[in-house]
Design a protein around this ligand. Sequence first.
Ligand code: SF4
Length: 69
Amino acid sequence: MKVSVDHAQCYGSAECAYRVPSVFAFEDGYGVVLPGGAEATDAPEVRERVREAAERCPSQAIRLSAEGE
Ligand code: SF4
């Protein structure tokens, strides 16, 4: 699954990094996808937590695509 954070929308709550630290980090005031973070979503439990993080992102800044799922 492809994962990205739209920095134009992210307002830096850091919730994504808190919820899924294997995929997201908090850098320079934004949520970012770690190197290898997208690959980590190969694991179904991680994928589910990333979906949850996207749903709960207060600014709807996390983009997911099914490609590679
Ligand atoms: S949860 Fe959303 S608003 Fe908060 S840091 Fe992550 S992408 Fe940004």
